[in-house]
Design a protein around this ligand. Structure first.
Ligand code: HEM
Ligand SMILES: [Cu+2]
Length: 574
């Protein structure tokens, strides 16, 4: 401890957590609190809008009239995918770029400026959506046109979200100059560095496409080419997904360290896996354009048959090393029976762990496998624009990223506020209910997609259409189960929101030693966060994790086969 204190330039700028030994820069603690508070409000708004959408797509309920359905759908996408995810991300990025390396954030004032830009931008865009002036859904493809203020709001938000990426770089340079850490930076800080680099590319792409579209909405530009828009929009929107993945994996490594004292099996390999996201960044974005006439056949085929696999390699590596690190740490503690004692005896009733591990499993099995298969040109044709698509990405952004953020909140909010988690019973249920509900939504939604149920459609009975069309009773039933899942998931999110907001706004003061879920004494948690590789790792010491990975692989192969089988029979004549 004394040595760590000695490395701090101005100890009065820091509070040292008595439970973990982590040094938290005071302005960062405030920024983390305000960003999480604001992000959770966005999740609340987005969740309510999402419930409205779900209750409309539940065939027997069919709650909203068509106009409101599309308003809610646009609002839901913007509030959760843009505002909740990115405001939360920025808050925790400030934590990861300072605390593990004992650094101070460069220019906290600019961080506050970025916060206000994001908040004002989000507010303007949301108001325009709710006024019915911007019913363009989150992708806002021309020729759909919104009120100029909507684009202005999105642009302000994007600028606000770009600034923190530069603050991450500036903080690292400053920390290096001040020598706040020795050797290479810890893995978690490295993760956020990769996040920042992707963020710069992402938000610059945002400006490249949103500024002309804004001018077009004001009548200053005559035409926006829809194909060009789609190519650049997905350069932006696919990259935002990579930002999410990098951050939620950084969270996985952190929570493995906190809960189990685990270290990555091999830090260098994990770093390389992060770097792969950078190289494969734009290869992936083509999977959004597989039915676009303006993209060449060669480009699509190269991407979807070869390059797409590079992009998922990174995730596969983390998928082994995160549980592997936990397994090794647990086995060291004596949980060596069989393949899975280490996992069975993990703290499943602690929402930090349950949220984290469910996020890992659901992201891999649902989001990952459906993503890999639908990125294949031929298979994509069978599900393009169907309900399969939102079902898939709730597997990534909801049961993957959002669930990881939920789990992480239960750790970081008590840490930075020194307040006891409020309503721990609700917190405990929230991860399971959210995971279960959103998982059901994703799985059944994918099945509905296979039956041809379209995404973003207000009424699958087509009551007011010129030509009648009937979906089977089976399709209606599957949609019903999917949307019941969505509603259940909404309750999980609500429990989380109640618990975290109450903690932030008035939790009881946390006594020393009461920070939940720490595997090891203070100094060690900090030491784990500061990095390193599992010293004992030589070869096959993690049989359980290997088996988990093999199960994923077998599942993927069977699923792939089933998709091709389906493709072969889809146009069967009976
Ligand atoms: C809180 C519980 C949630 C519920 C009840 C819910 C429900 C839904 C439903 C029913 C749809 C409509 C799909 C369609 O008709 O095509 C939808 C779309 C969507 N959801 Fe969610 N969702 C939830 C959470 C999330 C989260 C956490 C995210 C992102 C972080 C998210 C992102 C999206 C996006 C981007 C769309 C597509 C909007 C569009 O097509 O323009 N949702 N959601
Ligand atoms: Cu993508």
């Amino acid at each position: 401890m004394a040595t760590i204190m000695a490395t701090l330039r101005n100890p009065q700028d820091f509070t040292t957590c008595p439970d973990t030994g982590l040094n938290i820069n005071k302005p960062v603690a405030n920024l983390v609190k305000i960003h999480i508070l604001t992000a959770v409000m966005m999740l609340l708004a987005g969740g309510i809008l999402g419930l409205g959408v779900a209750l409309t797509r539940w065939p027997a309920v069919h709650l909203l009239p068509s106009e409101w359905f599309y308003i809610f759908l646009t609002g839901h996408g913007a509030a959760v995918l843009l505002f909740w995810v990115h405001i939360f991300s920025v808050g925790i990025a400030y934590f990861f770029v300072t605390t593990p390396i004992n650094a101070r954030l460069a220019t906290p004032k600019i961080a506050w400026l970025s916060y206000w830009l994001m908040l004002i931008g989000a507010a303007i865009a949301t108001v325009m959506v709710l006024l019915g002036q911007a019913t363009v859904m989150f992708s806002a493809y021309p020729p759909l046109k919104a009120h100029p203020l909507f684009y202005l709001g999105v642009i302000l938000f994007a600028v606000g979200a770009l600034v923190p990426a530069f603050l991450v770089l500036a903080t690292l340079v400053k920390a290096k100059n001040e020598r706040t850490f020795k050797g290479s930076m810890p893995l978690t800080t490295f993760g956020v560095l990769i996040w920042a680099i992707i963020a710069i590319f992402t938000w610059v792409m945002g400006a490249v496409i949103m500024i002309p579209t804004w001018l077009w909405s004001m009548g200053l530009i005559a035409n926006i080419d829809p194909q060009l828009y789609r190519v650049i929009f997905w350069a932006l929107a696919h990259s935002t997904q990579q930002m999410n993945i990098v951050l939620h994996i950084t969270i996985w490594y952190t929570l493995a360290a906190v809960l189990f004292g685990a270290r990555p099996l091999n830090e260098k390999v994990s770093r390389t896996a992060f770097v792969l996201y950078l190289f494969a960044l734009q290869l992936g974005s083509v999977h959004h354009l597989l039915s676009d006439p303006g993209t060449s056949f060669t480009w699509r085929t190269f991407n979807t048959s070869y390059a797409a696999y590079l992009a998922v390699l990174g995730s596969l590596i983390h998928g082994l090393t995160v549980p592997g690190g936990i397994e090794l740490a647990q086995r060291r503690r004596g949980l060596t029976h069989g393949l899975f004692e280490w996992l069975r005896k993990a703290p499943w009733d602690n929402p930090i762990f349950s949220g984290f591990f469910l996020s890992l499993i659901l992201f891999g099995f649902i989001g990952g496998i459906s993503g890999v298969t639908m990125s294949n040109q031929q298979i994509n044709m069978t599900v393009h624009n169907t309900f399969y698509v939102p079902a898939h990405f709730h597997g990534t952004v909801a049961t993957g990223t959002t669930l990881a953020f939920i789990a992480f909140s239960y750790w970081i909010v008590p840490l930075v506020t020194r307040r006891k988690l409020a309503y721990p019973g609700l917190a405990k249920m929230s991860t399971w209910i959210f995971g279960l509900g959103m998982g059901t939504f994703a799985l059944f939604g994918m099945a509905a997609g296979h039956l041809g149920v379209p995404r973003r459609h207000w009424d699958i009975t087509y009551a007011d259409a010129a030509l009648p069309f009937d979906f089977s009773a089976m399709a209606h039933m599957i949609m019903t189960v999917a949307e019941i899942g969505a509603v259940i998931g909404g309750f999980g999110a609500l429990f989380y929101i109640i618990s975290i907001l109450s903690t932030l706004l008035g939790g009881k003061v946390l006594a020393k030693g009461a920070l939940p879920a720490l595997a090891e004494p203070a100094g060690l948690v900090a030491a784990r966060m500061h990095g390193g590789t599992e010293p004992q790792h030589k070869g096959l010491e993690v049989p359980g994790s290997l088996v988990l990975c093999m199960v994923l692989l077998v599942f993927l192969i069977v699923y792939y086969f089933a998709q091709y089988k389906y493709l072969a029979t889809i146009w069967g004549i009976s």
